[in-house]
Each structure stands twice: as C-alpha cells, then as structure tokens.
Write a new protein. Structure first.
Length: 311
C-alpha cells in the first residue's frame, strides 16, 4: 500500500490519492486525459511587477496570468499563438502562496454551492506550484462565448473597478441577465461566500456575464476567488454593501437579500450554509497546500465569520 500524501488531491483536495498528487478522475475532469500534461513554463523566466497600489491593495493587480493551450499531441500545455484552453497563475514573489490560496478558496466555493470551472494546482519545471483554471468562455466545441464583466456593463473604465457597490452589481444583473431570478440568488450566494472566506478583492471586473449567439446573458461561474484577508489582515471589502465594507453581520445580509428580492427563507438557507459546511471546510483547509501558518489563519477566519451570519 502506497503512503498517503499528507495534502489532498491537487484538484479536489479530497484524500485518497495515495502517494500521488491527483485522483485519476480529477486529472481527466480537468485535462480531459489520463495524464497531467507537461507545463511548458519556467517560473525563473517570469517577472511579476507589483505596480503602485492606489486606494486599495489589490492582490489581483500583481498576479501574472498566462493563457495556455494544448500541444498538437495534447501531451503539453504551452503559450499558444492563437486561442487558449486554460489560464495559469504562478507564484507572485510579492504575496505568499497565492496559487495555493486561490485553489483552496475555489474548492471551498464549490463546497458552499458556487458554480466553478475545473481548476487545480500544477507543478512548473522548477517544481513550484501554479494555479490553473479551464476557460469558461469556451463551448465544448471550442467556440468563444461573449463575456462582459460588470465594469464594462456599468460603463466604467477598468481603472474604476473599485468604484461601485453590491447594489450596483444587482442593478447591472437586473438590466442584462436573461434569468435574473436565478442569477440574483447566485450573486447573493457569491457575496455571502466572499465575506465568509475573506475574498475582499471582489470588484467589478471579478463578476461577469456570458452570452450565447442568441444574445441570452447569464452570470458566469465564479472566478478569481482568493482569501485576501488571510494575506492582508487589515484589508476590507473592495465594494461596499449597504454602505459598509467591513464588520458585516446578519442585518446587513438580510437587508441585501431584500434588495435582491430574494425570499427570506432562501436567504436564510444561504446564511446558514457556512455553519453547515464548516467542519468539511476546515478539513479542506487542513488538506490544502497552503503553509501551516496560513492554514491556521484561514480556519480561524472561517470559524469566526460563520457565526456572524447567525447574529
């Protein structure tokens, strides 16, 4: 019997992969093949610049994103000349363990009930960990879906991605979504989740609508979920909710639910979800690839904020 890897699968974070870093089923779900493709990217050749931070300390602002596509034999992923199937985010050198943080936070999102694209961790040629996510703006046959983030939909330049509120996002969704009742509940769930895990960099460019050829718009899967509060302890929510961006408690969330026109019972189910899944969430944190000190900080945050939704 092979020894158990102390961390979970680098896709789903569940145990049971033995001495391997992935479950076979997870590799197939993420890459569509039996083997993890070689990642033709060298960390040493990548250079991340931390630009001047204005008004808000942005983690996403220092994360390098690389588009990757399969080689002809599908044995490797490399920077393609045209088209791509994945986005890769390596270590930043500015904030510690961001790939591991985003991977864990995305998997916690799935546990919470968010729709997320296939994603996981991979090793680069120098064995450093990088986060990889399948593009969700592509159909199964490779056609590109139209994607517009909330900054575009609110007719704001990218530099104004922090100039808004949760209520503005609701108004954008009501205006453009072809299924507003469904999407407003999804948006509410994502906002509650983001506060629970300290994903404070939820700005207008981190929410988007997709559209098909017929022009039907719907809320995209969740993306760019990072527990920024674990990395920057004194940060606060990028966009306000009810005029507040810190110390959010149940009255703020019930008021926001009314603004979204979400029935009280449905909102209550969402607000009780952190407590319901807390034990499993802490298990995922323990099996994550984060450094031990960050694991402790993450678990502490989950416990403290789970209770705040009930008060």
């Amino acid at each position: 019997m092979s020894p158990q890897n102390p961390a979970g699968c680098m896709v789903c974070l569940a145990p049971g992969a033995g001495s391997e870093e992935y479950h076979r089923r997870c590799v197939r779900r993420l890459f569509g093949s039996a083997r993890v493709p070689h990642i033709d990217v060298e960390q040493a050749k990548m250079h991340t610049l931390a630009g001047t931070m204005v008004r808000h300390t942005s983690i996403s602002g220092v994360q390098r994103k690389i588009s990757l596509g399969f080689s002809q034999d599908r044995a490797a992923l490399h920077v393609p000349e045209a088209g791509s199937a994945y986005i890769l985010k390596p270590q930043t050198g500015v904030y510690p363990a961001l790939p591991e943080n985003e991977h864990l936070t995305m998997q916690l999102g799935a546990l919470f009930g968010l729709e997320i694209p296939p994603c996981g961790l991979v090793r680069l040629t120098d064995q450093s960990l990088a986060y990889i996510i399948a593009r969700f703006d592509r159909t199964a046959d490779g056609r590109k879906l139209r994607q517009e983030d909330f900054c575009q939909l609110a007719v704001k330049p990218s530099k104004e991605k922090y100039d808004g509120s949760a209520e503005l996002c609701v108004r954008v969704l009501r205006q453009y979504s072809g299924q507003p009742v469904i999407d407003l509940l999804k948006l509410y769930r994502q906002w509650v989740f983001s506060w629970w895990v300290g994903n404070h960099d939820l700005h207008l460019k981190n929410l988007a609508l997709l559209a098909d050829a017929d022009g039907l718009h719907w809320l995209s899967p969740a993306y760019d979920l990072v527990a920024t509060h674990v990395v920057i302890a004194d940060d606060h929510m990028a966009l306000s909710l009810g005029g507040r961006n810190t110390r959010l408690a149940r009255p703020s969330w019930t008021s926001f639910a009314r603004y979204c026109r979400i029935p009280e019972r449905a909102a209550d189910r969402v607000l009780r979800q952190p407590v319901r899944v807390l034990e499993r969430a802490e298990g995922m944190v323990a099996r994550s690839w984060l450094p031990e000190e960050m694991k402790h900080a993450y678990s502490r945050l989950l416990r403290e904020r789970a209770v705040s939704f009930l008060e």
